[in-house]
Design a protein around this ligand. Structure first.
Ligand code: ZN
Length: 86
């Protein structure tokens, strides 16, 4: 699940795209979420809840985190920690 995401984030879904790639850029966030396949450029629209459910993890935040540039191998535990709000 991807519970927190922002416009411009690169995400991985539970199911790869038909073209075989599994890297998507979030291009619209609202009641619906639009993601663009980074490989073939196709755009897919999902309900926000479907996106949260089908999302696997965030590969790259739009803005890199200052102390540690986020690469594709960020462990999920790290992402969860960043999601905590007070
Ligand atoms: Zn594709």
């Amino acid at each position: 699940m991807i519970q927190q995401f922002d416009l411009g984030d690169v995400v991985q879904m539970k199911k790869p795209h038909a073209c075989g790639a599994n890297e998507w850029t979030v291009i619209r966030v609202g009641a619906d979420v639009k993601i663009k396949c980074d490989t073939c450029g196709r755009i897919v629209m999902l309900d926000r809840l479907d996106f949260v459910r089908m999302g696997k993890k965030i590969l790259k935040k739009k803005e890199s985190i200052p102390e540690e540039p986020v690469r594709g191998d960020t462990p999920p535990s790290k992402i969860e920690r960043m999601e905590q709000h007070r």
